[in-house]
Every structure is written in C-alpha cells, then in structure tokens.
Design a protein around this ligand. Structure first.
Ligand code: FMN
Length: 177
C-alpha cells in the first residue's frame, strides 16, 4: 500500500473460527501487501464442534477476554493495522477484543472488517468505543455470508477496499495524529 509515495507497513490481524474471516483476511492482505497475523487464544479447542462452541459461549456470555497466544508481529512497527473478526452476538469475537486490549494500538491508524451471517449489529460501533482515543479508524468493511459470495467477489471487494483505505490515508496524511 502506497501513500504519498511512501510504502506503508500494513498488518492484517484477524480471528476466524470456521474460516470465512480467514479467506477475507488473506485477500485483504494480498490487496494491501500486508503481513498476516492469525490470532488464537490459549486453550482454545480446535475445530468448530461442540467443545469449541461452549468455549466460545463462556467468553461471550461472561464478557471475558481469553488470554492470547503470543502474536508473531509487533503491531507497534506498522503504519496501519487492519483488524478482522466474525460477528458473534453482535460484536467482534472475544479473541479480537483481547488483542485490542493488549496490542500497542495507541495513536495507530486502524481499519476494521467483519464477516457475519444475518446482521453485523453494532460490531463496528462497539469496537470503535473499545479503541477509544487510542486508535484512529480509517475505514470499515463488512461481508455478509462470504461463502455464498464466492472467492472472486471477496477478492474484488478486498482490492476496492484497499484502494479506498489508500485514498483515506492520503487525505489524512496532512493531518497530524
Ligand atoms: C457463537 C456464534 C455467534 C454468532 N453471532 C452472530 C451474530 O450475532 N450475527 C450474525 O450475523 N452472525 C453471527 N454468527 C455467524 C458468524 O458471524 C458467521 O458465520 C461468520 O462468517 C463466521 O466467520 P468465521 O468462519 O471466520 O468464523 C455467529 C456465529 C457463532 C459461532
């Protein structure tokens, strides 16, 4: 991703349980020439079966944040962090919320995307509130039922969005954070 002639360092950090958000994250990372960070929690059951479902439910219903497996990339060294999650009960997954609490996002430019089945609810609003004044949101993108949409549609939307983010960052380039 290039802004004002400068190559930006971009990180796509995401969580995915059943793989939809992963597919989107991979396409966005390709379009934005970004590094990819798949977030996982300590003790998370593998797969998407009953054990995983109840593990998920526990964190959702108790509004708790699971401890994360150490991330591979240092978010503080990136110019733009793109965060992606499935929508669970109207917000981002607890794993993503743990990352937002733990990662050095202060004064970082942040973009958000999500995948969902019926409605994204207040997911972006909720995460924006979590970020508070620490991150500056430069764009959001939501995908309804990505499997039905198909890979080529995801690729096109990812490329378009990466371009929109470039324009948005270029417009902000004059504004000090
Ligand atoms: C526990 C749980 C809660 C969910 N809550 C919502 C929801 O509130 N709204 C919605 O539209 N989809 C909801 N979904 C569907 C997922 O957001 C959707 O299938 C998403 O694409 C899954 O992404 P993934 O394959 O990356 O895990 C939920 C799925 C699960 C497992």
């Amino acid at each position: 991703m290039q802004v004002a002639g400068k190559q930006l360092k971009v990180l796509v950090a995401y969580y995915s349980s059943a793989g939809h958000t992963r597919t989107i994250a991979e396409q966005i990372a390709k379009a934005a020439q970004a590094d990819l960070e798949e977030l996982r929690a300590v003790g998370e059951p593998s797969g998407t079966g009953a054990r995983h479902y109840f593990w998920t439910l526990r964190y959702l219903l108790l509004s708790q944040k699971p401890p994360l497996i150490l991330a591979q990339h240092d978010a503080s060294t990136y110019d733009l962090i793109i965060l992606g999650s499935p929508v669970w009960l109207g917000t981002f997954s607890p794993v993503l919320r743990s990352y937002i609490r733990a990662a050095p996002l202060a004064r970082k430019r942040v973009a958000l995307f999500c995948s969902y089945r019926n409605s994204p609810g207040s997911a972006f609003k909720h995460v924006t509130r979590m970020l508070g004044t620490s991150g500056v949101i430069v764009g959001t993108l939501s995908f309804v039922d990505p499997v039905a949409a198909g890979l080529s549609s995801i690729t096109i939307r990812a490329q378009r969005w990466a371009h929109e983010l470039e324009l948005s960052l270029a417009a902000q380039a004059e504004t000090p954070m």
